[in-house]
Ligand binder design. Sequence first.
Ligand code: ADP
Ligand code: MG
Length: 559
Amino acid sequence: MSSEAPTPVLRGCIKLPLAEDELLEITAKAKDYALMHGAAMRSKTTFSPDTLNFAPFLLVPSSFPRKEFEKAVALQPIINRLMHNVAHDEEFITTTLAETIKVDEFTANLFNIYRKVLAHGFTQRVSLGMLRSDLMLESDCPELSMKILQQQQQRQQNEDATVAAAAAKDKEEMVAMEAADVKAEICFNQATTKFKPKTKCKDRHANVKQSAYCCWKQVEINTIASGFGHLGPASKTIQSFVLSELGHAEKLKNMPKNNALAGLCDGMVKAWDIYGKPNAVILFIIEDVSYNICDQRFHEFYIRETYPHIKVLRRTLTEVHREGKLGLSKELLLGPHEVAVIYFRAGYEPGHYHSQNEWDARYLMETSLAIKSPSIQYHLAGTKKVQQALAQPSVLERFINDPEEIKAVGKIFTGLYSLDDNDAGNASYEMALRTPEKFVLKPQREGGGNNVYGVDIPDALKRMTRVERSAWILMDLIHPPLTKGYMVRPGGEMPPPIVDMVSELGIFGVVIGDADNIVHNYQAGHMLRTKLSTANEGGVAAGLGALDSPYLIDSDNED
Ligand code: ADP
Ligand code: MG
C-alpha cells in the first residue's frame, strides 16, 4: 500500500472471532466438505495422480459492495464485445504489439502464428471467447472520497453555529489539504462552500477517511485459460455450508448465485453446435501435469452429464503434435476423432512450449477448422500491452459506439503506461524510478509470478535496455480495502488465526462470433480469490491465495 492513510476495512459477514472449540470443529468439517465437493487440487510437493488436497479457502465469505458487484456483472457483456472487436482489429493489434514483439520472443511467436494465419485466411472465422475480467476494489477511489468529503462538509456545517465560523474552518481544512502532496481529483470551492470535481488538488488523505465501500478497477482481462469456472461456484458451496452450520442461514441470500461452470461449458457446447458435426469432440489442451485438476475435470464431467452425446478429450501440446493432422477440409483430426472445439487450458506461457513441436501444434490448430478458445487473435487481444493501449484516451471509441458505454468502461481502468522507447515511454520510466511504490511493472505473461512490485521496480528497469522496456507495461497499484477472516490451508495452523486479507473478483464472460457478427454474448458467473494483505500476488494454484466468494453488503456500516 502506498497510501499513508490506514487501509479501510470492509465489515465482516459475521462477528469474529469464533470460540476456539467451534472454530476447530467447523474448520475440520469444512475441510472435509471442500474435499468431498471437489474444491481440491493435486499437491505440488507430494504429487500423486491418485490423491487430492483440498484447495485453500476462506472459512466465511469476504464482503464486497453489492453495487460494485452488480456493476461489474452488468458491464461484462460490454467488455466481451470490446474484446471481440479488439481481437478482430488487425491494424490495432499489429500497431499495438509492434514494439513489444521486437523484444518479447514469446509474444513474437504468437504474433508470427497470427501473421501466417492472416496471410492464408482464417479457416475458421468463428471464435469462442471465454473471458475473465479481474478486478479489485480501489479504496483510493476519487468519486467515493468526494461523497465522503461532502458528507463531512455537511456535518460540519450543521455543527457550526454561524456561516462565518464554518467558513473559517473550511479555510483551515483547505490549507491542510494543500500542505500535503498527493494528487486528488476533488477540490474545495471557497465561494460556494461546495465540493466540486477538479483535477489535481492536494492530499485528501490528510483530512478524509477512505471508504471501504468503494469502486473497483480492472487488474487484467484474461482471454486464455480463464480458470475457476468450477472452483468459483465450489467456494460458495463450502461457505454456504459453513454459514448455515454456524447458525447464519439467513445470510445466504447475500451470496449471489454463481453459474460459472454451466455458463462456460454451455459456451463450449454452443460453439460445438455451430461447428455442426454430431460426432466431433471438444478438445482440452492441458499442461503436462494438471495440478488444478478439479477446475478442468468438472468442466468435462458437466459436459458429459448435461450433453451425454459430447465427448471431451484432453491432450498436451506435445501430444497434439504427435497425433494431430488436418483432414481434407482442414478439420483437426486426432486419431479417429474430429475436433469441433479447442479449449486451451495451457499454451499461455513459454514453459508450455518445450520445443518447436509445440509451436507447430499450436499453428496446426490455428489453421484448422476447429473453433478455438482462444483463437490466436483473441490470445493477442488479452496481452497486457493491449490492455494498456485500450486505457489511453479516445481508444475505446474505436471499438464501442455508445458514449455511455465508453464512459462506463473508461472508468474501470486505473493508470496504465507504456514503456516504449519514445517520449511518453521514457516519461513513464522516469516516473517509475521517482515513485516506484505507486506502481506494478508487468511483462506480457499470464499465470502469475511474473510482475515486479514497488521498490523492486527501479532495479528491474535499470537492468533493461530502452528497447527491452517496451516488452513491459507500468500500472498504478490498486489499494483494495482489507477484510479479516480465517484462511484454511492444507497443513496450515489449526485453528486458523484471523488474518488481514484483500480480494480480487473475476467476472466470466462468453462471446461467440466472427469479424462481422456476435451470435452469443453473456456474463457467465464469477470467482473471488483472496490473499494475505502482505502478498503481492494471490494465485491459488501458486499457493498464495485462497478460494472465496463474495458476501454482498450495501454500505460500510450496515447491520
Ligand atoms: P497474471 O496474468 O500473471 O495473472 P496479473 O496482472 O493478473 O497477471 O497480476 C497478478 C496478480 O498481481 C493479480 O492477481 C493481483 O493480485 C496483483 N496485481 C496485478 N496488478 C495489480 C495492480 N495494479 N494493483 C495491485 N495488485 C495487482
Ligand atoms: Mg491475473
